[in-house]
Design a protein around this ligand. Structure first.
Ligand code: NAD
Length: 496
């Protein structure tokens, strides 16, 4: 065990259920790797079906006993979340270091993730004391008063992807707790360590009653048991399209249907118009694609470049990709880390092979389907050029540092038509100063986020989510908070 693990203020071999630290009921464990080296970083427990049941029962009891909603007014929930944000801030250096070791992310990127995580808890704390209904004047009978009341949906089961462990936790847990829900949270199986650290900080505030927040650990089996548990009122899922579709089917086949939101994959297009600032755009496109080693649901991975600037733009793109510094994630200079595990590295290398051998695409830069070194899971930024828009590398989510520059285009309208029909609808970007092109693109594209002359910027107050196979439901912003509330209509006959 590394010294960082032995000096953690919590025992990573336990998990947090009903306000207590407990081991797996049948002592199952799994190893967590440092993806930069491939070495074992820590051992954690694997939750069993009975651990999961205990967690859901605890969340159910905390919700229906009124421990969190009735005893705690909105203002108390607000203050609890603000105290938690302060505690995260006070411990941010240790959290950053652990997040960087467990994910392989460069420390400079983890700092941004921590800034966002703290901000998210503060932002959603502000909603906790602003749960509002509407008074609706009776339209047909003057003797009736109608109004709506918003109530928390109940127990929320969260299943997370591995790629932004703390930030995606905050996207989900902060609005759900602010709304008055109670939570059972399952992190991605590769990256559970900062979720446990978070549980320790939440517990230490002394402001969250037992059962309000619970953690279960593991992969498919415990995720499936959470989805299937009849005391769960809502499932919030982030992950791949295949698992997401399975989760939707499962939630519909339980005895009691429940609300579901699914945040799934993407293959997001970017468009470079003739008047774009080419140098700036090349850098924005490369960071839009390669940030987090391409393991980013909204990564810009399909690039359309106008024919009139294609020859001039590609060398700039190549230079921007080749400038990226790979290295020890905890070093200040490092700009890109490894992929999360061997499976993800093999998947990315296989797609690069498909690009070269089957799609017959030309490499602009990259090491082909070869990893970097023999330790850890490193792949160099890879850019293909002149790619057929229908090629597999141009249409399937790779989830790695691979950009497909498509064959040059002539008409923005043609591109919008192609992209409106694509499988995914998570995000898109356009680079131009022409306002008529910007308006055509933003009005007609069917996707959840559209970046104009920037890429990847996300804010706690702006909703995020998908169209088509990128999922449904929204995270961030008021829409996300509202997703954890149900509406009751009250009809009062005042003449009675
Ligand atoms: P994944 O689908 O393999 O796993 C996601 C989660 O589902 C994990 O916690 C996993 O243990 C769990 N799981 C697996 N099988 C399950 C089952 N049968 N029932 C319940 N849970 C189950 O995805 P991943 O590899 O962890 O993450 C990468 C994917 O996530 C990419 O497709 C990416 O685009 C997507 N993603 C989307 C967003 C978004 O906001 N749209 C954000 C991050 C990641």
């Amino acid at each position: 065990m590394s010294s960082i693990i032995s000096s953690l203020p919590f025992d990573p071999t336990l998990t947090y259920i009903n306000g207590e630290w407990v081991g797996s009921s049948d002592s199952q464990t799994s190893s967590i790797e440092n993806p930069a080296t491939g070495q074992v970083l820590a051992t954690v427990s694997e939750s069993t079906a009975s651990d999961l049941d205990a967690a859901v029962q605890a969340a159910h009891e905390a919700f229906y006993s009124g421990a969190w909603v009735n005893t705690y007014s909105g203002a108390q929930r607000r203050d609890a979340l603000l105290a938690l944000a302060t505690s995260i801030e006070d411990n941010r250096q240790a959290l950053e270091h652990l997040e960087s070791l467990n994910t392989g992310k460069p420390i400079r990127d983890v700092r941004v993730e921590l800034d966002d995580t703290i901000d998210l808890f503060r932002h959603f704390a502000g909603y906790a004391d602003k749960v509002e209904g509407r008074h609706i004047a009776a339209q047909t009978n003057a003797g009736l008063e109608g109004y709506t009341v918003k109530v928390p949906v109940g127990v929320v089961g969260f299943i997370n992807a591995f790629n932004y462990p703390l930030c995606l936790l905050a996207w989900k847990v902060a609005p759900a707790l602010a709304a008055g829900c109670t939570v059972v949270f399952k992190p991605g199986p590769q990256t559970p360590l900062t979720t446990l650290f978070f549980a320790h900080l939440l517990h230490s505030t002394g402001r969250f009653p037992a059962g309000v927040f619970n953690v279960v650990l593991g992969g498919v089996a415990v995720g499936q048991a959470l989805v299937d548990h009849d005391l769960v009122d809502k499932i919030g899922f982030t992950g791949s399209v295949a698992t997401g579709k399975h989760v939707i089917r499962s939630t519909a086949s339980t005895a009691r249907v429940r609300a579901t939101s699914v945040e799934l994959g993407g293959k997001s297009p970017g468009v470079v118009m003739p008047d774009a600032d080419l140098q700036r755009t090349a850098e924005l496109v490369i960071s839009g694609c390669m940030s987090n080693t391409g393991m980013n649901c909204n990564a810009l991975t399909r690039l359309w470049v106008h024919r009139s600037i294609y020859a001039e733009f590609l060398p700039l793109l190549k230079a921007a990709a080749e400038k990226i510094v790979l290295g020890v994630p905890q070093s200040e200079d490092t700009e890109m880390g490894p992929l999360i595990d061997r499976r993800q590295m093999d998947r990315v290398l296989e797609y690069i092979r498909i690009g070269i051998e089957e799609d017959k695409a030309q490499l602009l830069t990259g090491d082909g389907n070869h990893r970097v070194g023999q330790e850890g899971y490193w792949v160099r930024p890879t850019v293909f050029q002149n790619v057929d828009p229908q090629a597999r590398i141009a249409t399937e989510e790779i989830f790695g540092p691979v950009l497909s520059v498509l064959q040059p285009f002539d008409s923005l309208d043609d591109i919008i038509e192609i992209e409106r029909k694509s499988e995914f609808g998570l995000a898109a970007g356009i680079f131009t100063r022409n306002h008529s092109d910007i308006a055509r693109f933003t009005r007609r594209m069917r996707c959840g986020t559209i970046w104009v002359n920037n890429y990847n910027a996300l804010y706690s107050y702006l909703p995020f989510g998908g169209f088509r196979n990128s999922g449904f439901g929204r995270e961030l912003g008021y829409e996300s908070f509202d997703g954890y509330l149900a509406t009751k209509a009250i009809i009062d006959d005042i003449t009675y």
